[in-house]
Design a binder for this molecule. Sequence first.
Ligand code: UFG
Length: 322
Amino acid sequence: MSILVTGGAGYIGSHTVKELLKKNYEVIVLDNLSSGHRELVPGGHFIQADLCSAAELKKVFSDHRIEAVMHFAALIQVGESCADPQKYYRHNLLSTLNLLEAMLEAGVKYFIFSSSAAVYGEPKEIPIREDHPLNPASPYGVTKEMVERILPDYDRAYGLKYVSLRYFNAAGADPDGQMGEWHQPETHLIPNILLHLLGRNPDFQVFGNDFPTPDGTAIRDYIHVTDLAIAHILALERLRLENSSQAINLGSSRGHSVLEVIRTAEKVTGKKVNLKFGPRRPGDVPVLLASSEKAETWLGWKRNFSELEFIIESAWRWHQRH
Ligand code: UFG
C-alpha cells in the first residue's frame, strides 16, 4: 500500500516514516522543509512541496498512486499562534483543505490526522476522555479543532474515512539513534533540559511553581515518539478494516511534573540542572493527562517505549550526538 506522509521530515512524521518502511509500506514524503529537515527522512520517495499550493499538490496526486494520507505537516508553536494567528490558519487549515480536496479528486479515501491535546483547552475532568468538550485555548488548538470538525462532514458527504489522533506530549528519540527532536527554536521541556545539560541552553527555566499540583509545577503526559509512530500504522490498519472514522487520544495515562522530569534527566545523565523558576507561560494549564482506554481497545495499542527514563535516555543519546 502506498502512503503519502506530509511533514515526513519533521519530528513525529520522520519517526512514522521509519515504522512504515519497516512494515514494507511504500512511502511518499511531502515536506516544504520550512521546519522539517531532509536529513531526518529515513527513506521513501521525497518531494519538496508546499501544501498551500493547490497546483503542486494536485500534481503529486496525479504523478503517484496514493492510497492513504498521514497528515503531520503543521506549525506547532502555541505562543507564536497567538501572536500571528493568520500564519496558523493558512498553514494548518488552508493547507489541510487543499490536501483534502486533492485527495477527493484523486479518489483517496483514508486520512490519518495529527491532532493534539490542545483541542481540549483547560480540562474539566482528568484523565481526559475523547468525549470531553473541545475548547481550545490558542489559535494553534483552534486550527486542530477546526479540521476535526470538518472531517465528519467530509465523511458523510464524500465517504472520507479518517482517524484524528490527539497527541499529548510527544517526546524521546528513535531507539536506534537515527533521528530525534530537532525544532528551531526549541520550546519543549525535555530537549530544553537536555540542551541545558549540554551547555547549549544556559537560560533554562521552569515556567511556574505555583500550580495546584503536589510540587507546584505543571503535570504532563509524555509519550514516546516511536509509540506514537506505531499508533499511526495501527490506526490506518484498523480504519481500513472497520471503515469507521474516529478521534483517539494518544498519551500514556501517566503524569509527570516538570520537577520530576528534571530529576529523571539528572539521574539519566549524571548531570545537575541549575534550577531557576520563572513565571508561568501564558496558556499553560496545571495538568494534562489522557485517558488511553480507547487507543488500547480500538487500536489495540500498547506502549513499549514510554517509561519516562527511557524517553529521556533515548533523547539524551540523540542530543549528545546531534
Ligand atoms: N516548560 C518549562 N520550561 C521549558 C519548557 C517547558 O518549564 O523550557 C514546561 C511548560 O511550561 C509545561 C511543560 O514544561 O508546563 C511541558 O511543556 P512543553 O512545551 O514541552 O509541552 P506543552 O505541554 O506546553 O505542549 C504540548 C505540545 C503542544 C500542544 C500542547 C497541548 O508540544 O503542541 O502540549 O496539548 F499544543
